[in-house]
Design a protein around this ligand. Structure first.
Ligand code: ACO
Length: 216
């Protein structure tokens, strides 16, 4: 059980970055009510890019990702954040809404664990944005949030996301059979994990040393 007062949880709210990559200056900040138009515009445009990897939802893609749906989604994300169970962030590139990174199922006590998930607009693909965002998110988890372990699950077919997870040091832990209802069916997922002891320095430092990113 989380023991922090409502609305006061380690690491929430947070503004993280910037980290400089080929795509631009990557920062993370809390979701905002006024993100509706940018969120919907990208998600309606990039349906083919996003839908194969996302949980199956009720209703059409258009209805679920219409700007009018953002206020209820934003409300539920903020409620989870206030409860200390989630850190719902927007990925910005050069100050523009470019995707989302969410730390979810935050459990404290003896587990001190959470999962991490993300998406990035298609037109920014392959320019280091997700790698930088994930590095910022992980350093936040292992720093201010105080987690010991972060995990992620990814479809075996999602090679780009697996590359991103490898870039920041995640280790494969096994295959979860028919794990999640994604894109209309129960899909196998690879489970990857990382604990704080495995991170020497910070994840962002590691990217900088490898020449994948720079600091301003
Ligand atoms: N096969 C193998 N590797 C690939 C492929 C491919 N078809 N396409 C891209 N890659 C590699 C790139 O070479 C790069 O690896 P490298 O840095 O080692 O060269 C890596 O994938 C992409 O790295 P970034 O540029 O940091 O990532 P990007 O900003 O393009 O975002 C992401 C990647 C998040 C997967 C994006 O494509 C996306 O949003 N996809 C749709 C939603 C999604 O899949 N989200 C992740 C779900 S799983 C999860 O959340 C844990």
């Amino acid at each position: 059980m989380n023991v922090f007062r409502a609305g006061q949880h380690p690491g929430w709210p947070a503004r993280l970055g910037p980290v400089l990559v080929a795509g631009g200056a990557v920062t993370l900040r809390p979701v905002r009510f006024r993100d509706a138009a940018a969120w919907s515009r990208i998600r309606l445009r990039d349906r083919d890019h996003l839908e194969p990897w996302e949980p199956t939802g009720r209703g059409s893609w258009e209805a679920r990702n219409h700007a009018s749906n953002w206020p209820s989604l934003w409300t539920s994300l903020k409620a989870e954040a206030r409860r200390g169970a989630m850190i719902p962030l927007v990925i910005e590139v050069d100050g523009q809404f470019s995707g989302q990174l969410t730390i979810g199922n935050i459990v404290r006590g003896a587990l001190r664990s959470g999962w991490i998930g993300y998406w990035v607009a298609k037109d920014l693909g392959g320019r280091g944005v997700a790698t930088a965002a994930l590095a910022l998110g992980l350093d936040h988890c292992f720093g201010p949030v105080g987690l010991h372990r972060v995990e992620a699950t990814v479809r075996p077919e999602n090679l780009a996301s697996q590359a991103v997870l490898r870039n920041v040091g995640f280790r494969e832990e096994g295959m979860l059979r028919r794990y999640l209802d994604v894109d209309g069916a129960w899909r196998d997922h690879l489970l990857v994990g990382l604990t704080v002891e495995e991170v020497l320095g910070t994840v962002v430092d590691r990217l900088v040393k490898e020449g994948r990113a720079a600091l301003p």
